[in-house]
Design a protein around this ligand. Structure first.
Ligand SMILES: Cc1cc2nc3c(=O)[nH]c(=O)nc-3n(C[C@H](O)[C@H](O)[C@H](O)COP(=O)(O)OP(=O)(O)OC[C@H]3O[C@@H](n4cnc5c(N)ncnc54)[C@H](O)[C@@H]3O)c2cc1C
Length: 396
């Protein structure tokens, strides 16, 4: 890694966080991500897998959620989160998503303020966000139904029903749930009904060792292979009523807040991937000699590297602007603009980097083909980019 990209003037804390995360990304995430990428989905989550080393070393860092640290202002917290996320994405995006989505249940528990939910059920547990369903992918992100004609609550593949002092859950979540087959605790977003019938959506914390929970097989996919994904099935799973964090009235605002935060975070992570691809391409171009000189010295290569650099810096600037704005005045359309920009940039820059590597780019010895596969997945996760664009446009 040779390229030090533009950074605004950073505070001492920001420099310390960035440097700590850079070391973690370089020394832990990159080697572990590379090793897990070559394994089968079952091997990735085996007891002796390096995945667990990545999780435990990340927990040892004690980075936590800067946005919930009362000693920091909201903008300061958002900047630190963006810097940290960019470095995690620079390390390995599949692992970064496994590590960060793991904190979703405890973040929800903190909204409840219930110490038992926070400490007993969520602290130190591997978490997941279970929202997508086999028959409701984009439908769930498109909660205002901008891409279809109706706007009525849809009956989901997974339904929670109130039964006295309990909630009973039946149905399933899709094979896309990140950490789905390994999580101990789920932040479950699903349809909710009571004795009067379907009310809309609800948000629940579900310990995944509860009777009636079962899992599918880990999903086998082209990119972000260190990220475990898989179905969760619920067969009359019964949880206490206080595990409901939001009922139908809170569902839409909670979903909007979650998507706003998730899309801003994806914007940071994939700036990291785009930046990694650019740095590898610059390094390689300075080493590889053709026409008697390093290819870096051929004007056409230089101008392609400049285009990559320009896109990376534009995506980073937008992301920092969006996440700091959203820390005080959250707007989903801004978060979507950043997610779409960063993931497109990641895909474009990784693809161009592969081409700059020439034949060496497509081999597994070099890091570029993996970055390209990882980036290709990003244009779908947390909402496919075109659909996200429709959701954002509706707010203009
Ligand atoms: C790596 C990864 C991680 C993920 N992590 C999670 C997770 O942690 N938890 C979770 O619950 N889910 C997760 N997902 C699921 C993800 O959010 C969905 O895959 C995504 O929302 C798209 O849904 P789908 O795959 O069912 O595609 P579909 O909804 O079937 O869409 C297929 C195509 O049709 C288009 N389309 C669909 N509906 C419309 C419409 N109304 N108007 C216009 N175009 C439309 C879409 O834009 C897309 O191009 C993850 C997915 C990936 C790839």
């Amino acid at each position: 890694m040779t390229t030090e990209l533009f950074n605004e003037v950073l505070s001492e804390t920001e420099v310390a966080v960035r440097d700590t995360l850079r070391r973690f990304a370089e020394e832990v995430m990159r080697p572990i991500g590379k090793a897990l990428d070559q394994l089968t989905p079952d091997e990735v989550i085996a007891k002796n897998s390096l995945l667990w080393e990545a999780h435990s070393k990340y927990n040892e860092l004690g980075i936590g959620m800067f946005t919930q640290d009362d000693s920091l202002g909201p903008v300061e917290g958002a900047r630190l989160t963006a810097l940290a996320s960019e470095m995690l994405g620079w390390g390995d995006t599949g692992l970064a998503i496994s590590l960060s989505v793991s904190g979703m249940p405890i973040n929800l528990a903190q909204i409840s303020g219930d110490p038992k939910l926070i400490e007993h059920y969520c602290r130190g547990k591997v978490g997941c966000w279970a929202i997508t369903e086999p028959n409701h992918g984009s439908d769930i992100v498109d909660f205002g139904a901008v891409g279809s004609e109706g706007n009525s609550p849809r009956r989901g593949d997974c339904v929670a029903r109130r039964d006295g002092d309990h909630i009973v859950i039946n149905g399933q979540k899709s094979s896309w749930v990140s950490n789905g087959t390994i999580a101990q605790m789920a932040a479950l977003y699903c349809a909710y009904e009571d004795e009067h019938g379907m009310l809309g959506g609800g948000v629940f914390l579900v310990p995944l060792d509860t009777n009636g929970v079962s899992r599918g097989k880990p999903t086998n996919k082209i990119g972000q292979r260190p990220l475990n994904q898989g179905e969760i099935f619920f067969d009359s799973v019964t949880i206490p009523l206080n595990h409901m964090i939001g009922g139908h009235e809170q569902y839409t605002p909670m979903l909007e807040a979650t998507l706003t935060s998730a899309n801003g975070g994806m914007g940071s992570l994939f700036c990291g991937l785009a930046r990694a691809a650019l740095e590898h391409a610059v390094d390689y171009a300075k080493e590889r000699v053709q026409g008697d000189k390093p290819i870096f010295q051929h004007q056409a290569v230089k101008s392609r590297l400049f285009e990559m650099f320009r896109k990376v810096e534009a995506a980073r600037s937008l992301n920092l602007k969006v996440v700091t704005h959203n820390a005080v005045n959250p707007k989903l359309e801004l978060a979507i603009a950043s997610k779409v920009t960063s993931t497109r940039t990641a895909m474009e820059v990784a693809t161009e980097a592969l081409s700059i590597y020439g034949g060496a780019g497509i081999t597994r010895e070099n890091p570029i083909e993996k970055l390209m596969r990882d980036a290709s997945v990003s244009v779908i996760e947390d909402g496919e980019n075109t659909l996200l664009g429709l959701v954002a446009a509706d707010r203009l």
